[in-house]
Design a protein around this ligand. Structure first.
Ligand code: PEP
Ligand code: MG
Length: 537
């Protein structure tokens, strides 16, 4: 990483202030340029967030304090962003640690401008596999996807920018590779297998030829799958499964429908609440929910999840006490019940979308029936006040108690949606963003699969449907297993819609059920993965 020499003493507060203002303006203009070359909204959002950081009041106040003491703009800015990122870095929370990365990244962009240094862009030959401690978010956003065939980073779990980017580009990545991989010499040939999470070093010509063949076969398969992505999702013997999408906003909804999604199985409403100084008003929220509903139309389902924030996903205007263990603290529905004003406003806004689509409302992080009943009581009052009926109500199954008690929850809901990301972390007691545990925190662990099976049994006994909206649903090898257990809705990331639909079309329901029976008898995650690979179609 480039170091910058900066003078401590400034040339007068006025001069330095002007230099600083020019540098932040230019940094913002640079980010606009990079954004304009991108088509992926997720990557654009990362850079927009960097632009917002350039106006962060804390960062600016600290920088101005340095200028007032006669320090140079570069020196004051570096001190400000270094202290800020170090503070976030020291947090337990993976999302805040991720934010520290962003601050350093945009900090260095401004610093380079102040120091008059041109930042070295990543120059990569064709067919590169990038191995790094971590990648600066703006590096990942501006990488040329035509040249990069894969990433490996030592840090960053499933929530890291690198993981998000790799998913959106559909290229293999390993987040949490061993330290020794960083010492590999440049230009060495390697084979990266994202499915297995392996990096083969110095492969033989035969290995390379086999890998190239696999890659070509996969590309052909993806192209064929894309052609049938608009067909209804069903098994080879005609059992209908809903393949729907996980989205954040109306733009995502439009893209999902264009790629063949049959509705939305998870609208993560917290994205409307993020990156703001105040909570969105009822009107602002209603406008977005209605825009999403419009994009889907009257015949497609829309599942809106109520606000899922808390210790691990903080909001600046919703001060919550610092917690030693935020994943086990005030999260999801616990926050909504603690702040019924927020919940009521949100429910009223969501209900306005009811005439436009097949509306479903879903509560996150439910652990006990009392929570569900309390939330449903608020919903019933708001429905009565607005005269809205016909809305389906469900819960996320992501806390083990809810899975175990599924048969008791089922009579009181219309549906379940299994959040395998959180369910895995709570069943295995492994932080979902932990870089070292990333490989072990696997939703195919027999303990997690047993919980999914229990959920399906509980729902079946009361004639309710079960979906999966966690990351496991997007894994095409897991799709027939989930369907075999009784899942009838898979809510996937948009790039996975075509491959999940195509996989289902290769399996009959009876074969899915046999697969589930065989897999549920296995004892280790290694055995499960092996079995699924052996039986992949
Ligand atoms: C999950 O936990 O699997 C889920 C879908 O919710 P989130 O990833 O938003 O916590
Ligand atoms: Mg969750």
């Amino acid at each position: 990483m480039q170091e910058f020499d900066v003078a401590e003493q400034g040339k007068g507060a006025n001069v330095e202030q002007q230099a600083f203002a020019r540098a932040t303006e230019e940094a913002s203009a640079q980010l606009d340029l990079v954004k304009a070359q991108l088509t992926d909204p997720a990557k654009q959002a990362i850079l927009s967030m960097h632009q917002e950081l350039l106006q962060d009041p804390d960062l600016l106040a600290q920088t101005y304090a340095g200028l007032a003491e006669g320090k140079s703009a570069a020196w004051s800015w570096r001190a400000a962003f270094s202290a800020y990122s170090a503070r976030l870095e020291a947090q337990d929370n993976p999302l805040l640690r991720e934010r520290a990365n962003d601050i350093r990244d945009v900090g260095r962009r401004v610093l380079a401008l102040l120091a008059g240094v041109k930042q070295a862009a990543l120059e990569l030959p064709d067919g590169s596999i990038l191995i790094a401690e971590d990648l600066a978010p703006s590096d990942t956003a501006s990488l040329d996807p035509a040249k990069v065939r894969g990433f490996c980073t030592r840090t960053g779990g499933a929530t890291s920018h690198v993981a998000i980017l790799a998913r959106s580009l559909g290229i293999p990545a390993i987040c949490g590779i061993s330290q020794s991989a960083l010492k590999l010499p440049e230009g060495l040939q390697v084979i990266l297998n994202g499915n297995e999470g392996t990096l083969a070093i110095a492969p033989t010509p035969a290995d390379l030829a086999a890998a190239e063949q696999d890659i070509a076969r996969l590309a052909e398969r993806r192209a064929a799958e894309a052609k049938s992505s608009m067909l209804p999702a069903q098994t080879s013997d005609g059992s209908r499964i809903d393949v729907v999408a996980n989205i954040r906003n109306a733009a995502d909804a439009r893209e999902a429908v264009a790629k063949g999604a049959e509705g939305v199985g998870l609208l993560r409403s917290e994205f409307l609440f993020d990156n703001r100084d105040t909570a969105p008003t009822e009107e602002e929220q209603a406008a977005e929910y209605c825009a999403v509903a419009d994009a889907l139309g009257k015949d497609r389902p829309l599942v809106v999840r109520t606000l899922d924030v808390g210790g691990d996903k903080p909001l600046s205007y919703l001060p919550l006490p610092k917690e030693d263990n935020p994943f086990l603290g005030l999260r999801g529905i616990r926050v909504s019940l603690d702040r019924p004003d927020l919940l009521r406003t949100q429910l009223r806004a969501i209900l306005q979308a009811a005439p436009l689509t097949q509306l479903h409302i879903m509560f996150p992080m439910v652990a006990s029936l009392e929570e569900l009943r309390a939330a449903k009581a608020v919903l019933a009052q708001e429905q009565a006040a607005l005269g809205v009926s016909g809305v389906k109500v469900g819960i996320m199954i992501e806390v083990p108690s809810a899975a175990v008690l599924a048969a008791r929850f089922a009579p009181e809901v219309d549906f379940f949606s299994i959040g395998t990301n959180d369910l895995t972390q709570y069943v295995l007691a492994m932080d979902r963003g932990h870089p070292q545990l990333a490989k072990q925190a696997d939703a195919l662990h027999p303990g997690v699969l047993a919980m999914i099976a229990l959920t399906c049994e509980g729902a079946r006994a009361h004639g309710k449907w079960v979906g999966v909206c966690g990351g496991l649903a997007s894994d095409e090898r897991a799709a027939p297993l989930l369907v075999g257990m009784g899942v009838t809705e898979l809510s996937v990331s948009t790039p996975a819609v075509a491959s999940v639909k195509a996989t289902l079309a290769r399996w009959s329901l009876a074969d899915c059920q046999q697969l589930a029976k065989d897999v549920l008898a296995l004892s280790t995650v290694t055995d499960v993965r092996h079995h699924l690979n052996q039986h992949a179609r």
